[in-house]
Write a protein that binds this ligand. Structure first.
Ligand code: ZN
Length: 347
């Protein structure tokens, strides 16, 4: 059994200004998946810089007192294309235009032009590097199958569910390799689950469960964004969590990373997923104001009314990449201190 209110991050962390061109998250104009900003280096120097940026985010997380570490996705220009562009079956040379996120965003996306296959390890080296950095448990993230389908243009399968199951099969191969390496948590990011609650029930859960087959030691997790903050775009909150959480309770996934801070959702929703460990989002990644430890503690203790405290982890709502490094550091420190206070106050 784990200690109550363990602390973790969802995935991405801000990148140092020396590593990558700093662009606003949703710079005006059409989005090109995975091509938001440019690295300041190339070749071997870039490789060394990515290693160093990863060491830096590990340092920041350990210094803040985070229990379960992520590589902060420092090596990725996109959490998704970093993985999909390394799979056979996708073409990122000639992009297609597609309305994604249920019509919210027009993007240029990669095309699926043949059977999705995994011909090499994708995250093996990244995971080995992370495992060598500290003794703390490591989380690695992969895009979930529904999000892969939504974020690419299908010119091969002709059926979303079929394509999702094909993606799930290769994501599962990757996940089993991470499991064998000793990664503690394998997280599938499904930001689009909240956009398509009906598809979640129809085939989203089945595709997610397909990703988990044969995983022996790692905990498995799904991150469901509530509404990713994008400057200049209103957050089109669709109250889909109730439907999604009920469906996820029936899945084989161990953990759910959910947003409760910016969304101001009622923690009573946790009673819909009594068997899951929940990364309870208590830090907003869309504002610079630092949450206080008292605020975090109160949120966690409120959540503990609906789920045992050892099934609750303190986490930010979502990846912290939109923030500056200093603000992200301060927020993580407040979160860790808040979790400590909450532990102290547990009756
Ligand atoms: Zn998110």
């Amino acid at each position: 059994m784990s200690k109550p209110f363990q602390t973790t991050v969802v995935g991405s962390m801000p990148k140092p200004a020396w590593l990558m061109e700093q662009l606003p998250l949703n710079a005006k104009g059409k989005q090109v998946h995975g091509k938001g900003a440019d690295w300041h280096f190339s070749g071997d120097v870039l490789g060394a810089a990515l290693d160093d940026a990863t060491r830096l985010t590990v340092h920041d997380q350990v210094h803040a007192g985070i229990d379960i570490l992520s590589d902060g996705e420092q090596r990725r220009t996109s959490y998704l294309t970093y993985v999909t562009s390394q799979l056979e079956g996708f073409d990122y040379e000639t992009l297609a235009e597609k309305w994604t996120r249920n019509g919210r965003r027009l993007a240029e996306v990669g095309r699926c032009v043949g059977p999705i296959r995994r011909t090499k390890s994708i995250l093996r080296r990244d995971a080995e590097f992370m495992l060598a950095q500290s003794d703390r448990p490591v989380k690695m993230t992969l895009p979930g199958p529904m999000t892969v389908v939504d974020s690419t243009a299908d010119e091969y399968y002709g059926d979303e569910e079929k394509m999702a199951m094909a993606a799930a099969e290769v994501l599962n191969e990757e996940a089993r390799e991470l499991d064998a390496l000793g990664v503690a948590v394998i997280q599938f990011d499904e930001p689009v689950f909240s956009r398509y609650p009906d598809k979640v029930k129809d085939w989203g859960i089945a595709a997610l469960d397909r990703c988990l087959e044969g995983i022996k030691n790692a905990q498995t997790a799904a991150h469901i964004c509530y509404s990713y903050p994008m400057p200049g775009v209103p957050r089109p909150i669709v109250d889909s969590y109730p439907v999604i959480l009920e469906a996820l309770e029936s899945s084989k996934i161990d953990q759910l990373a959910l947003e409760f801070e910016a969304s101001k959702l009622d923690p009573q929703l946790l009673s819909l997923c009594p068997s899951k460990t929940v990364m309870f989002g208590c830090i907003d990644n869309g504002i610079d104001e630092i949450e206080t430890a008292e605020h975090v503690a109160a949120k966690l203790l409120a959540a503990a009314k609906y789920l045992p405290a050892d099934q609750i982890q303190a986490a930010p709502d979502c990846g912290l990449v939109p923030l500056s490094m200093d603000i992200a550091r301060a927020k993580l420190q407040a979160m860790v201190e808040g979790a400590r206070l909450a532990r102290e106050r547990l009756a």
